[in-house]
Ligand binder design. Structure first.
Ligand code: HEC
Length: 157
């Protein structure tokens, strides 16, 4: 008897918290959509690339390396190490043969184009950093990061 009551109570509680979660999710989604509208990017559903599992892992590890490159470039900029920062941009974000090969593996043509343009911007970033001009470098970094943001807003694995 006690057990049944306990089970019933648990089910009721679970029901409550699931409802609460659904409500919170709903609210979060709503806020996200409002934000996206304000940013004039009405993309609600992202396009799936339908990647096979092995490619998913490879892509994510590449992505983490892109993030690390940006972090490293910012750090080097604070130390006026433009030559080193430029080398990171070329080798980790630029259109290296390895990156081109990776981009060309995608079936989605628009995604591929975006990826190639992104890597081209990585080379431009390398060029900008080489000049040693902070404003020019930050502008180029901003352009490169626009690709990160717009691709993530449009596509998912
Ligand atoms: C051409 C498209 C594209 C560009 C450009 C791009 N990404 Fe990504 N990134 C993706 C996709 C697709 C995913 C998977 C997202 C998903 O499925 O939700 C991803 C995931 C990630 C992740 C998650 C990694 C993980 O382990 O979960 C990070 C971090 C990331 N990207 C960083 C970056 C950074 C930083 C840049 C720019 C310097 C960048 N990406 C540029 C497409 C892109």
């Amino acid at each position: 008897m006690k057990k049944t009551m306990l089970a019933t109570a648990t089910i009721i509680l679970l029901g409550f918290s699931m409802n609460a979660c659904a409500e919170a999710n709903h609210q979060a989604m709503h806020e996200m959509m409002m934000q996206q509208n304000q940013m004039s990017a009405p993309q609600v559903e992202r396009t799936s690339l339908h990647l096979p599992p092995a490619m998913k892992q490879h892509q994510l590890s590449n992505m983490r390396s892109h993030l690390e490159a940006v972090q490293s470039i910012i750090g080097l900029l604070t130390e006026d190490k433009y030559v080193e920062a430029s080398a990171v941009a070329y080798s980790k974000l630029g259109a290296t043969p390895e990156m081109l090969k990776m981009c060309n593996m995608f079936a989605n043509e628009d995604f591929k184009k975006l990826g190639l343009a992104f890597h081209k911007s990585g080379d431009d970033l390398g060029d900008a950093l080489k000049t040693g001009n902070l404003k020019q470098s930050l502008q180029a970094l901003h352009t490169t990061m626009n690709y990160c943001v717009s691709c993530h807003a449009t596509y998912r694995q």
